[in-house]
Design a protein around this ligand. Structure first.
Ligand code: SF4
Length: 313
């Protein structure tokens, strides 16, 4: 929930009078309500209408017309100035955690979740401790600084917990799949809102990626995508990949979308922007859209047995 009274209080302490609001796609419908509360409190408000999927894509361009940007739904990836974060914490009934117990085989487990629920890690740990299960949650690094926090581009907290069985608490299928691929651990995913529990299998995902790599092997040329979004930009990686083949070319752009890429006409694209684009959005692209590690397999510098999920470190 967005606590607008608390936000107004926080903004007043900064001395800002002109404020921009940036929401990820799933929270954009809150924009009008939050803007109205701030306007009533005397602030000049601008809403960023551009697409946003993470704190890797801050609306810093708006700082030309406002004092501060309030970014909702994520925690900081770096120390970009003049940004206030509201991670949009979400509670759930801890009783739902009991649904995971029959699916766990160990009494020592790793615990990971997304930023919406990291404030609940102590309560989750306590819940399992009282039932004889010890949860280990680790810090994942600067991109995901809360203990137990994972991002779609960063699974350090899962790796660092050092457990062979990991419980993911949260919504969606991508994060637990990423945890499984990044760690090789047995991963149990509990969705506390749908009240579903699943033991994650990456088999189908890997089969589809293998098929895609086989198609990519026949490509006439490769566009290596380099995004201009600073929090996703991996120039060194992109330049290293371009050097792997004579028929690979660097393509710099801001928004990575099928429409943008279609006219360029490459027969395969390699994604160095947000890792999730290559995995989640393949169906939207008319040609293979592969990860850096998949491109290495195509080039023969990595084997499929050493498949790795793409992360930004
Ligand atoms: S790069 Fe992708 S997964 Fe990582 S924070 Fe940005 S939008 Fe999220």
């Amino acid at each position: 929930m967005i606590d607008t009274s608390e936000l107004v209080r926080k903004l007043r302490t900064t001395g800002a009078t002109r404020v921009a609001l940036q929401f990820p796609e799933g929270l954009k419908r809150n924009a009008a309500g939050v803007a109205s509360a701030l306007k009533k409190a005397g602030f000049f408000v601008v809403i960023s209408g551009d697409p946003c999927y993470g704190a890797c894509d801050l609306a810093t361009g708006l700082l030309e017309m406002v004092d501060l940007v309030v970014h909702f739904g994520h925690s900081p990836l770096d120390d970009t100035p003049c940004i206030i974060y509201d991670p949009y914490r979400m509670d759930f009934d801890p009783g739902v955690l009991g649904l995971a117990i029959p699916h766990l085989i160990s009494t020592d487990i790793g615990l990971v979740t997304t930023v919406q629920h990291t404030h609940m890690v102590p309560a989750i740990t306590e819940y399992f401790a009282s039932r004889g299960i010890t949860c280990h949650s680790a810090e994942g690094g600067t991109r995901a600084p809360d203990p137990g926090q994972v991002l779609g581009c960063s699974y350090g907290a899962a790796r660092n917990c050092g457990q062979t069985e990991i419980l993911f608490v949260g919504t969606g299928q991508f994060h637990p799949l990423g945890v499984q691929l990044a760690t090789g651990a047995r991963v149990v995913a509990l969705d506390p809102y749908c009240r579903t529990v699943e033991v994650v299998s990456s088999e189908r995902f890997l089969r589809r990626r293998f098929a895609l790599i086989e198609v990519a092997r026949k490509a006439k040329n490769f566009g290596i995508i380099l995004t201009l979004k600073s929090g996703q930009q991996r120039r060194e990686l992109a330049e290293r990949l371009v050097a792997l083949r004579d028929d690979a070319f660097l393509v710099a752009l801001r928004e990575v979308s099928p429409d943008e890429l279609l006219n360029l006409g490459f027969s395969c694209y390699v994604n160095t922007a947000c890792p999730r684009l290559a995995y989640d959005d393949q169906e939207r692209f008319p040609v293979p859209f592969i990860s850096p590690q998949e491109f290495e397999i195509v080039c023969g510098s990595r084997t499929f047995e050493n498949y790795q999920i793409d992360e930004i470190t």
